[in-house]
Design a protein around this ligand. Sequence first.
Ligand code: HEC
Ligand code: HEC
Length: 237
Amino acid sequence: MNRSITLVGVAALIAMSTSSFANEHGASKARADAPSTEVAWTPETLALIRSGNAQKGSQLANEQMCASCHGHAGIAQSNNWPSLAGQRAEYTYKMLQDYKNGSRNTYPLMTVLAKPMSDQDMADIAAFYASFKLPPVPVGTVIDKALADKAELLVMKGDGNRLLAPCMSCHGYKGEGNVVDVPAMAGQTPEYFIRTMQDYKTGKRSNDVYSRMRLMAHSLSDQEIIELANYYANLTQ
Ligand code: HEC
Ligand code: HEC
């Protein structure tokens, strides 16, 4: 009961200032006044992303050696790195912008790589990765089916006591993502999934508009995050 009251309080704070959450919880103080992203979903931005040229994106990805970590077809080489295959172009575009301007500062190398990219480069790269199907179960991952099954309730129904909306209400029944900036997660590498959820939980990752994921992650236990990682890694199309 106390917990729900606290969360309602936090939700109200966030309604006033989308960036206050991390500060309230003592994390990311330096970014307390910064917006979670500089990307605005204007018709111009959406049109730019739609104009992305996958072939040019493929060339850029080759030149920059993105494949050395994210794989030639966007399927990560290690479960520590995210797969990008089949990801929604808007989300990939937003991540590259967020790394470039420091809104997402969870991995310095991605910031270094995104810095020289133009808006058009990002749209082209986003189109390239969006042109693949979503990944199969990550190579070398042994899915714990019992853990994955435990996550199903949270994914499908959420938890009213903790004001947790079902994951699928935003991320889709099949983990396929949603308009505009909600990423696909089917077949996502579990180690990366767990790390980024922990980053939302501590506020180290704070580029989610309206704190949508920080709020979710803050209410989840470490064990639930592991269960969810197993669930999504095993959820193939
Ligand atoms: C040395 C390995 C490495 C290389 C090379 C690399 N990446 Fe990454 N990339 C990562 C890691 C690790 C992350 C997750 C970091 C984090 O937690 O923020 C990431 C994250 C991303 C994300 C966000 C994924 C998500 O699901 O949120 C995108 C998009 C991305 N990289 C695109 C690229 C592109 C495009 C290139 C080439 C220009 C590239 N990466 C090169 C390791 C790499
Ligand atoms: C209210 C809508 C909403 C709900 C409900 C929601 N998410 Fe999200 N999720 C988002 C958005 C939007 C993003 C992208 C945020 C950003 O820009 O960083 C995201 C990002 C993520 C990411 C990062 C993906 C990546 O590639 O880095 C993970 C993991 C994730 N969500 C897991 C979950 C899980 C697990 C649940 C259920 C417990 C859940 N989400 C419920 C909206 C939602």
